[in-house]
Each structure stands twice: as structure tokens, then as C-alpha cells.
Design a protein around this ligand. Structure first.
Ligand code: 6PG
Length: 248
């Protein structure tokens, strides 16, 4: 049976950001009510910054179960945590100073380390959080979409289904740091909810390919994301949605 799959479009990024902050907050409250904690892998890139800003403000900030919230990242660039290109730094600037999240709940990938060491360290952090070697079931994985079809740091031509939880990656995209690490589909597809945020006309062509085109996971890594027992929600703005077939 195909996984539950939802597409929602919004007039603009501002409306999308409001919906995303509301959805994340609702999922966090439900996760804590159900199993006592909320775990999320955050996305890098420019798309989610407005969501992080909203999450840091009332009304969302005040009803979020921050003490029970655990932050991970779907991918990280191999730069120090205070570097402007660090995905951690983005959240450290926009969200962390404004919310009562315990520092030990912030499980950042250590971009300042050499690639193999950073991969091993991040894998170990995930294992410790999961309490063993079973693939962790994060409550939410938040993802973006690159104009080449990448998501997290899973780029076209990379192994479609590597057995590791975390992989080191070298990929050039948009002048951003090439050395990265990424969660793999093994971990992402174990999540309870995967939420893609896609905005802007420059994503319209690739979004249509990913959602409505032939299955080409080698060239369109976002198509590798198919949770086994979870939901995928695509939150897109009308500019990005202009070429997709149907909205459900
Ligand atoms: C990263 C990301 C990456 C991002 C896309 C989209 O670290 O670069 O996690 O997967 O989400 O490249 O980036 P934009 O949101 O900037 O378009």
C-alpha cells in the first residue's frame, strides 16, 4: 500500500511558513503525548529559515514542548558550527536563543571534523538516541528540494540505497560547501512524518519531475524518500506548484 501522501499549496512562502510551523508544533505535541519526546531532523538551505523564525515566536514557541524536543539535522556541510554555511548555525541563530531547549537535546553533526570522523560521530549520536542498533524512528524529517532533484545531501548519481545511516558526500551545488554528510534513505524512510518544503518558481520544473514524472531515483534523489510506515507531506507555494498535475 502506498504511504499516505499529501500535497498542499499556499499562495506564498509566508503562508507556507505559517502552515509548516503549525504542523510541526502539532506533531511535536502529539509525539510527546504519545511517546514522551519529539525528535526532528531539520533541513538546511534557505527555504526553512522563515519556519525557524516563526517557531521561535509566539504562538508556536509558547506551546511547543521544548524540554522534550530533540533536534537532529538531515544533512550538514563540513564547516565549523560558527561558519555562515553551517546548517547548525542557521538554527543556532534563528531558533535556539529563543526557546528553552536543553543543550543536550541538540544533536548536531560535527561539521568541523574530518568527513569519516564526522560520519562516525553522527551515527553514534543517532545510535545513542535510539538506544541501540535498530534504525531510529524520528518523528519528523524536514527536507528541502534542490533544483537538481537532491534532498538532504543525497545528490543525483549517488548510491540510491546505501546500507549506512549516515554518509559522507562531495557535491557541488549553488556555490555551497561541497563536503557534506547526510542521513540516508534508510533513516529518513523510517520516520513517522517526512515534510518537504518547496518554494519559488526555480523549483517548479524539478518538483513536477519528482512528483509526477517517471521513477528515476538515481537522478532524482527526492524520489528515494518513501517512508515504510510513515507519511509524506509536500508543502509548496503556488510558484513552485505551477507545473504539477494535481493538488490533493
Ligand atoms: C543543504 C540542504 C539541502 C537544501 C536544498 C534546497 O544543506 O543544502 O539541506 O538539501 O534543502 O539544497 O536548498 P534551498 O532551500 O536553499 O533551495
Amino acid at each position: 500500500m502506498p504511504e499516505p501522501f499529501t500535497r498542499q499549496t499556499f499562495a506564498d512562502a509566508a503562508a507556507l511558513n505559517q502552515a509548516a510551523a503549525r504542523l510541526l508544533t502539532t506533531l511535536a505535541q502529539a509525539a510527546v503525548a504519545e511517546h514522551g519526546r519529539f525528535s526532528i531532523a531539520l533541513s538546511g538551505g534557505s527555504t526553512p529559515t522563515g519556519v525557524y523564525e516563526l517557531w521561535a515566536q509566539p504562538p508556536f514557541r509558547d506551546v511547543m514542548p521544548w524540554p522534550q524536543t530533540h533536534l537532529f539535522w538531515g544533512d550538514e556541510r563540513l564547516v565549523p558550527p560558527d561558519n555562515a554555511d553551517s546548517n547548525y548555525r542557521q538554527v543556532a541563530d534563528l531558533l535556539l536563543p529563543h526557546v528553552p531547549i536543553p543543550p543536550q537535546n541538540v544533536h548536531r553533526a560535527k561539521g568541523e571534523l574530518a568527513m569519516a570522523t564526522a560520519v562516525a560521530d553522527y551515527t553514534q549520536q543517532l545510535q545513542e538516541f535510539a538506544g541501540g542498533t535498530a534504525v531510529p524512528r524520528l518523528d519528523v524529517v524536514l527536507l528541502g528540494l534542490g533544483s537538481d532533484g537532491h534532498t538532504a545531501s543525497l545528490f543525483p548519481g549517488s548510491p540510491v540505497n546505501p546500507p549506512e545511516w549516515v554518509v559522507g558526500v562531495t557535491a557541488n551545488y549553488d556555490g555551497r560547501p561541497a563536503q557534506r554528510l547526510s542521513l540516508t534513505p534508510l533513516v529518513i524512510n523510517q520516520a513517522r512524518h517526512v515534510i518537504f518544503l518547496v518554494t519559488g518558481a526555480n523549483k517548479a520544473a524539478v518538483l513536477a519531475k519528482v512528483l509526477d514524472g517517471p521513477h528515476q531515483p538515481d537522478q532524482l534523489p527526492a524520489q528515494r524518500i518513501q517512508p515504510k510506515n510513515g507519511e509524506v507531506t509536500w508543502l509548496v507555494d503556488t510558484a513552485a506548484a505551477q507545473n504539477i498535475n494535481q493538488i490533493t
